[in-house]
Design a protein around this ligand. Structure first.
Ligand SMILES: NC(=O)c1ccc[n+]([C@@H]2O[C@H](COP(=O)([O-])OP(=O)(O)OC[C@H]3O[C@@H](n4cnc5c(N)ncnc54)[C@H](O)[C@@H]3O)[C@@H](O)[C@H]2O)c1
Length: 289
């Protein structure tokens, strides 16, 4: 065999035998960078019965996570979301390897957060990645908004850390918003913006406090994302908000929840093992203008 044959034959064999996966109608080899894998990690996501939290759970499952706790206000809704994720993941992974659970938790109550984490610990004995995602918008109930967005996020991070510190490792991601860095217009939403600025600084401060304990804390700041909730808001809006928001975004579109999948997996996986105290904005360029 000539020299070219020697080189190309093993390469061709490798290409033909490589496992492939389909995504967006395109085929990809499954041998992607291993540090992005969520295999073997116990993951917890708050406010995950719907919206972005549900997308984060899907991203973890698609990246190999088999131990997942979905926390939300109502037990039935958390359970239903866990059952749906289990069904979706079962197409890829052997059913008996999957352990997804829905847990009732109101993050604005420290006791409720402690109880939820004790259920996670008694089920798996450890927790590796926690996404403090639960949040709310209504500006007319400012105290409640702060109880959830700020105090609830802190309770979640603290409880995650208490359980991660003995293991000397773990990744915590606080879901902030680009509203923590910019002032949205034309709608007014001062209490929400200020609450998200607090979330960003919680992440930066906790990152420094817990760095030597082996924990990483980062925030993820989405821009305008087309969740079902926001789709419903837009459907009844007569001010043309969607057009205005898109015109103000350099990429000229709103985000799809799926646009956040790569960012959340990056921050929670070993791919970002030297990254802490960062705020990762995923906003189509909105906040750099
Ligand atoms: N959708 C966006 O465009 C956008 C943009 C930037 C940031 N965010 C942030 O992302 C996060 C998720 O937003 P979303 O749009 O998916 O919201 P959503 O309202 O669709 O979902 C929020 C989930 O959190 C749960 N929840 C609310 N209060 C809770 C509490 N006290 N305890 C536990 N669970 C609670 C709800 O039941 C719901 O399942 C929020 O922190 C939000 O501020 C969203």
């Amino acid at each position: 065999m000539n020299c070219a044959g020697n080189v190309f034959k093993p390469l061709l064999r490798a290409i033909l035998t490589a496992k492939t996966r389909k995504l967006d109608g395109r085929r990809f080899a499954s041998n992607v960078l291993q540090s992005f894998s969520m295999e073997g990690k116990v993951c917890v996501v708050t406010g995950a019965a719907r919206g972005l939290g549900k997308t984060f759970c899907r991203a973890f499952a698609e990246s190999g996570c088999t131990s997942l706790a979905i926390l939300d206000l109502k037990h039935e809704e958390a359970q239903a979301a866990a059952a749906e994720e289990l069904k979706t993941a079962a197409g890829r992974t052997q059913m008996d390897k999957l352990d997804f659970v829905g847990i009732e938790c109101d993050i604005s109550s420290e006791e409720s957060v402690q109880d939820a984490f004790s259920q996670v610990m008694s089920r798996w004995g450890r927790v590796d990645a926690v996404v403090a995602n639960a949040g709310t918008y209504p500006a007319d109930k400012m105290k409640r908004l702060y109880d959830i967005n700020v105090h609830g996020t802190m309770f979640t991070a603290r409880e995650a850390a208490k359980n991660m510190i003995p293991a000397g490792k773990g990744s915590i991601v606080l879901i902030a918003s680009m509203s923590g860095s910019i002032v949205n217009t034309p709608q007014v939403q001062t209490p929400y913006n200020a609450s998200k600025a607090a979330v960003k600084h919680l992440a930066a401060s906790l990152a420094v406090e817990w760095a030597e304990k082996g924990l990483r804390v980062n925030s993820l700041s989405p821009g305008y994302m087309l969740t079902d909730l926001l789709k419903a808001v837009i459907a009844t809006d007569d001010k043309g908000l969607k057009d205005i928001w898109e015109a103000m975004t350099p990429m000229k579109r709103m985000g799809n929840p799926d646009d956040l999948k790569g960012a959340i997996v990056y921050l929670c996986s070993d791919a970002s093992k030297f990254v802490t105290g960062v705020d990762l904005r995923v906003d189509g360029g909105y906040s750099v203008l």
